[in-house]
Design a protein around this ligand. Sequence first.
Ligand code: KG4
Ligand code: ZN
Length: 339
Amino acid sequence: MTQNGSIKILAIESSCDETAAAVVSDGRKILSNVINSQISLHTRYGGVVPELASRKHIENINYVVKEALESAGETLGSVDAIAVTNGPGLVGALLIGVSFAKALAFAADKPLVAVNHIEGHVCANFLEYPDLEPPFLCLIVSGGHTHLAVMKDYGVFEIIGKTRDDAAGEAFDKVARAIGLGYPGGPKIEKEAQKGNPKAIDFPRGKIDEAPLDFSFSGLKSAVLNYINHCKMSGIKISTCDIAASFQQAVTDVLVERAVEAALRLGEKRIVMAGGVASNGYIRNSLEKACSENGIALCVPRPALCTDNAAMIGSAAYYRFLKGERADLSLNAVPGLSL
Ligand code: KG4
Ligand code: ZN
């Protein structure tokens, strides 16, 4: 612990295509938050190429960590622990962060804390809302996951709904590719949708009767692909902005309806949103409106804390650190780690 009694954690995140490091104080205050994005590298391939992502992480991680320490005014010796995402994610990408963090912890003789990436997304809210404490209902919408869960206590989740097939972010990425917008799909669809009519095409809102809080986005994705094929075969001119707007509206309707339904069923007065898709302004505004109509408060981090970053990992790590959780040098990457 440092002189003023705060616990400072150096956190490392490399689960997908961002090499990130941050220093976070007491799980709530960002002292530094450095992100090296690989977007320009993967854009030319239309999506994340795992092997290239790993190589870029290796090239960048040393600089990113150094910058995170320097801009926080800290050193390896002055932080209290090293935290790292060990799953879920791309195995090769995760391994770079995990190996680097283990080496740092060993060399500096510091405790090592392993963090679940999805839990990290939820904890981004602790950085945005210093007074927020569990229990609360969360809607987690990222590239790989779509969950409704109750965070019962720090690090303790009960999943009450999840996707049966594609994640919401994955659907954004696939539809973006199909209409020629390319990678990264989410932000490009959001921008294109601003010029389109959300009511132009009536895409399906997937619902599973026997599991009303689960999600399904693969039918929506197929409907968009079928619509494009139909237009091409019939010689109808495709309007990418109308497809983007109508698709985004369908995803929005499903997320909003299911999250509000979960809150009403559980008697929850607050929804905490997290994950890359939560950076979408249209979805944020729509959920905010539906929440206020139903007397529900909405917490959602600023967009830069919704997408992958290491500050959120530093926040999650703090609560694991307080519980005495420590990883040792046998820590491995777990690509399919669940919440
Ligand atoms: O949470 P995240 O950064 O990484 C994962 O843990 O998966 O989420 C990435 C996902 C991608 O599928 C991306 O297309 C989506 O979040 N995304 C968005 C937006 N920004 C990122 N989806 C919709 N609108 C956005 N503005
Ligand atoms: Zn993520």
